[in-house]
Ligand binder design. Structure first.
Ligand code: GDP
Length: 367
């Protein structure tokens, strides 16, 4: 379903397909439905559900992925009608974050986000309780048996309690891990080493640029979300000053709020940087939209007031017309290719020029 233009929907769907492939799925076919608003019962509307059912049958798909966040009852209705597993964008993104988290803190944060997503949906997923509640069951009493309570409900309650327990435990753990990180960060800022954060839409080339700038040997993957745990490297400016460069988590459109919450502490690190190097993929069909999405997330963690250096990457593969258009649109941006190295020296100089100057200690020696 989309409220925007068909091109928006197509871009979003292409991205969804890339996300699904990142998660290890094989994508068979895409369907777009234009409506003024989502159907409360089935999200895509009754007629489209039939089309979807036909596509599922003809392709032999075992999963349907919806580009949006489904309510628990929409998810259940769609599963009942298509007879296959239905996943929404949020669940898919959470799944990818779970596969990619490496640090202890990252893993705990993703698990927390997943459980918070799961808790209100517990009823929709299991077969434990099939009683329909609430008003969104319009369009043909899907939801099945009445009075299937008893042991099912008890199990559901136990599951919920267990999940709530785990959630509070994870919150405590994350809080203590955060303290350690804040202490480390405080030490860094006492040393007054300027910090540069590399932010940008997922797959824009942040890790590749970090490698180019520092020779760091960071994992580069043609997959969304290769970067979850921030990597920090030291760099030396031409005039000998030290500074740090950190790669941050990837940003995507409609980043589930559970993820923004979970990664708030990681993102907050961006908010304490002295400079944000915002990397944009010059080969993307809609770079402006990516820039807007990144700005929206930066604003959520109050990192939108920081000095920002816009960098258009992948100039080796971008087409000339697009580059010209982007140069007019963003006259102060730096154009680079992490692949060929073009523009990297200029970028390094631009970064160093924007680093805060250390307070100069003046000592007068009197005769
Ligand atoms: P990140 O998710 O922003 O950290 O992006 P990565 O650094 O992992 O790069 C994502 C993909 O873009 C990888 O397939 C890279 O090989 C590719 N890539 C990165 N920089 C360039 C570049 O300058 N030119 C081209 N053509 N591809 C690039």
């Amino acid at each position: 379903w989309t409220e925007g233009t068909v091109t928006d929907a197509e871009n979003s769907l292409t991205e969804l397909a890339a996300l699904a492939e990142t998660a290890g799925s094989q994508v068979l076919e895409g369907l777009i439905q234009r409506r003024t608003r989502p159907d409360p019962a089935t999200y895509i509307g009754r007629g489209k559900v039939d089309d979807l059912g036909a596509v599922v049958l003809s392709t032999g798909a075992d999963t349907v992925i919806c580009d949006g966040e489904l309510s628990p009852s929409q998810l259940r209705n769609l599963e009942q009608r298509t007879k296959v597993k239905v996943v929404d964008r949020t669940a898919l993104i959470l799944d990818i974050f779970a596969q990619h988290a490496k640090s202890k803190e990252g893993k705990a944060q993703v698990e927390l986000a997943q459980l918070e997503y799961l808790l209100p949906r517990l009823r929709g997923w299991g077969e434990t309780l099939s009683r329909q509640t609430g008003g969104s069951g319009r369009g043909g009493g899907a939801g099945g048996g009445v009075g299937v309570r008893g042991p099912g409900e008890t199990k559901l309650e136990t599951d919920r309690r267990r999940i709530r327990h785990r959630i509070s435990r994870l919150r405590r753990e994350i809080k203590s891990m955060k303290t350690v990180r804040v202490t480390k960060r405080a030490r860094r800022s006492r040393n007054a080493v300027p910090a540069v954060a590399i932010a940008g839409y997922t797959n824009a080339g942040k890790s590749s640029l970090l490698n180019r700038l520092t020779g760091a040997g960071v994992l580069v993957e043609n997959a969304l979300f290769a970067t979850l745990d921030p990597t920090t490297r030291k760099a030396t400016a031409a005039d000998g000053r030290l500074y740090t460069l950190s790669d941050t988590v990837g940003f995507v459109r409609h980043l589930p709020h559970q993820i923004v919450e979970a990664f708030r502490s990681t993102l907050e690190e961006v908010a304490e940087a002295d400079l944000v190097v915002h990397v944009v993929d010059g080969t993307h069909p809609d770079p402006e939209e990516q820039v807007r999405a990144v700005h929206a997330v930066l604003a959520e963690v109050s990192a939108d007031r920081l000095p920002e250096l816009l960098v258009v990457n992948k100039t080796d593969a971008a087409d000339e017309d697009t580059l010209l258009r982007l140069k007019r649109l963003w006259p102060d941006a730096i154009f680079v290719s992490a692949y060929s190295g073009r523009g990297i020296d200029g970028l390094r100089a631009a970064i160093e020029e924007r680093l805060p100057r250390p307070a100069v200690e003046v000592r007068a020696v009197l005769p």
